[in-house]
Design a binder for this molecule. Structure first.
Ligand code: C5P
Ligand code: MG
Length: 200
């Protein structure tokens, strides 16, 4: 199996790059944000509970997120690997993923951290807000999401770099250029089992 985490602040291009990665390497894309939003759209009791968090830019509790994730993983054990997009978001979630045995063992092979400056994040998300229809794409909630990323998700950078799995990618470039850098990191891993520290 090849399991990749695509990590980065809101607006760093995780979803866009994940779609390209799964196409090239024939992996299954799992976006926990999409799973949660689907649940919201169905207006179930759970969906309404989830909306309370998402609409305020807060993280949905681990047990809900993990349940959504496990359900989708379980249905896709026949795939050659996953791209986790927007998950894990907390140290607790990362530890749970490390211990997950749904498709036998599911080691995380490589964690791609996409770095983008804050002013650029805001610009991109406000641009997206015009047609995303997302309840959390408005300036107030965007700032909250960036803040939550810094306080709750950023510790994952040292968690994965201590495991020798983290590669930092400069995500300020256009989509195709960022993707080239990502493929360089993945191909280097596939060929040499080596995780590059940084691709600029
Ligand atoms: O990943 P994405 O940007 O689509 O996530 C949107 C929102 O979904 C987050 O701001 C958060 O409220 C919720 N979410 C979460 N935990 C995750 C993924 C998403 O709480 N692992
Ligand atoms: Mg996304």
């Amino acid at each position: 199996m090849l399991n990749i985490i695509i990590f980065g602040p809101p607006g760093s291009g995780k979803g866009t790059q994940s779609a390209k990665i799964v196409e090239k390497y024939h992996l299954k894309h799992i976006s926990t944000g999409d799973l949660l939003r689907d649940e919201m759209k169905r207006q179930t009791k759970l969906g309404k509970e989830i909306a309370k968090y998402i609409d305020n830019g807060m993280l949905v509790p681990d047990d809900i997120v993990i349940r959504e994730l496990q359900h989708t993983v379980k249905k896709n054990c026949d795939r050659s690997g996953f791209v986790f997009d927007g998950f894990p978001r907390t140290l607790n979630q990362a530890e749970m993923l490390d211990n997950m045995l749904i498709c036998n063992e599911m080691p995380v092979n490589i964690v791609i951290s996409v770095d983008v400056r804050e002013d650029e994040l805001l610009k991109r998300l406000l641009g997206r807000a015009e047609d995303s229809g997302r309840s959390d794409d408005n300036e107030e909630v965007i700032w909250k999401r960036i803040e939550v990323y810094k306080s709750q998700s950023l510790p994952l950078v040292s968690y994965y770099s201590n495991q020798g799995k983290l590669v930092r990618i400069n995500g300020m470039d256009p989509v195709e250029k960022v993707f080239e850098k990502i493929t360089l990191a993945i191909d280097t891993y596939l060929l040499n089992k080596e995780v590059l520290v940084e691709v600029n």
